[in-house]
Design a protein around this ligand. Structure first.
Ligand code: 5GP
Length: 111
């Protein structure tokens, strides 16, 4: 069980900005931008690499929720998402999550 599963189960607190049956969105504890939110499926999926065709609808749902959350948090100037996958991808929590960054001009390329 990961720390994100504990957040889903309300075993540890988080600043939750959106929730439905399939997903949860909460502010990252170590924000890298004025707005930094993590959108996660409630289903325990380790990483992008673990997805199969059964997850097609779920992943579409997550992306549409990114858009909704960005709008609800006032990111009218734009925003960025990132999904770190595996060790080389910089993934540190083994529960699939989409980072949503916004609230400042973001640099490109990322490191
Ligand atoms: P990754 O490095 O796996 O792509 O991203 C994991 C993210 O989870 C990091 O940005 C980290 O700051 C965040 N994080 C780790 N533990 C917690 C926690 O307990 N609460 C919240 N809100 N974010 C966390």
């Amino acid at each position: 069980m990961t720390i994100f599963h504990k957040i889903i189960n309300r075993e540890i607190p988080a600043d939750i900005v959106y929730e439905d049956d399939l997903c949860l969105a909460f502010r990252d504890i170590n924000a890298q931008a004025p707005t930094h939110v993590l959108i996660i499926p409630k289903e325990q999926i380790v990483s992008l690499d673990e997805l199969d065709s059964d997850h097609q609808l779920l992943m579409g749902h997550l992306l549409l929720k990114v858009r909704e959350v960005a709008k609800s948090l006032g990111l009218s100037g734009g925003y960025r998402i990132a999904v770190n996958c595996g060790e080389d991808g910089g993934q540190s929590v083994d529960h699939l999550h989409i980072h949503l960054f916004g609230g400042r001009k973001l640099n490109w390329p990322p490191g």
